[in-house]
Design a protein around this ligand. Structure first.
Ligand SMILES: O=C(O)c1ccccc1NCC(=O)[C@H](O)[C@H](O)COP(=O)(O)O
Length: 248
């Protein structure tokens, strides 16, 4: 799956408008918000693993509900083809809410980082599995030039070795294998357990219950990235209450 996403990404990068919008807001620092409200809620209309999730959702309304009911940050899928996302959604959301916004994409070029900045992101994602160390260094430098925060995503302990020289502050452990799409929460928890305490650690994917939150917290997660569970929810308030129970 990852190969297909990356092959298509080259075409999506060519579609990024030559003239980008002028960013209208300051960057919001995410760590403080996430310490108080440790949930990154994701706006995700569709995905390769779930197919269509909520294709008719209004991204800005969804994000506003997330902010109202307990998200410390909002993640916005900007991949068009596989996730039905867009940079326009990023702009709408960043203009609607005052919570930090993550541009969730498969970033392989500086141009995507410029677009993420222009369309209002506060954080960008760097996925260790899709980049060489040299590319991670180059893209990290670009993000830092623009004062963007970086969420480094890993799937294995070896991938942590790839990012550790770039002074990561936010590190996500994704329990979803991006090739097979299988979710292994036990493996995710094991990897979280091996990471240094100094990092702000985020458990990603497949989280849908207070038990998941509690288990990942025991493994060392400081925050939780949740997409499908919240997108499928008919009552976002209750779903957040359910997730917050995992922290008690
Ligand atoms: O979600 C997918 O199917 C997927 C497939 C291939 C590459 C990445 C994919 N998801 C990206 C993510 O990391 C998730 O959107 C995020 O962790 C939230 O996961 P979930 O709560 O399980 O929707």
């Amino acid at each position: 799956m990852l190969d297909k996403i990356l092959a298509n990404k080259k075409y999506e990068i060519e579609e990024i408008p030559e003239i980008l919008p002028k960013r209208t807001k300051d960057i919001i620092e995410p760590l403080q918000t996430l310490k108080n409200k440790p949930f990154i809620a994701e706006v995700k209309k569709a995905s390769p693993s779930a197919g269509e999730i909520k294709p008719d959702a209004s991204p800005a309304e969804q994000a506003a509900l997330y902010e109202k009911y307990g998200a410390g940050a909002v993640s916005v899928l900007t991949d068009k083809y596989f996730f039905k996302g867009s940079f326009e959604y990023l702009k709408e959301i960043s203009e609607k809410i005052n919570t930090p916004v993550l541009c969730k994409d498969f970033i392989i070029s500086e141009r995507q980082i410029e677009a993420a900045y222009a369309f209002g992101a506060d954080i960008i994602l760097i996925i260790a599995a899709v980049l060489t160390q040299e590319e991670i260094g180059r893209l990290s430098e670009k993000a830092r030039e623009l004062n963007l925060y970086i969420l480094y995503e890993i799937h294995t302990a070896e991938e942590y070795e790839k990012i550790k020289d770039f002074s990561p502050a936010l590190v996500g452990v994704n329990s979803r294998n991006l090739d097979t799409l299988e979710i292994d929460k036990q493996k995710g928890a094991q990897i979280l357990n091996t990471l240094p305490d100094s990092l702000f650690k985020i458990a990603e994917s497949g989280i849908n219950s207070p038990e998941d939150v509690a288990n990942f917290r025991r493994a060392g997660a400081d925050a939780f990235l949740i997409g499908t569970y919240l997108m499928k929810s008919d009552n976002i308030k209750e779903s957040f209450q359910n997730l917050y129970r995992g922290l008690e």
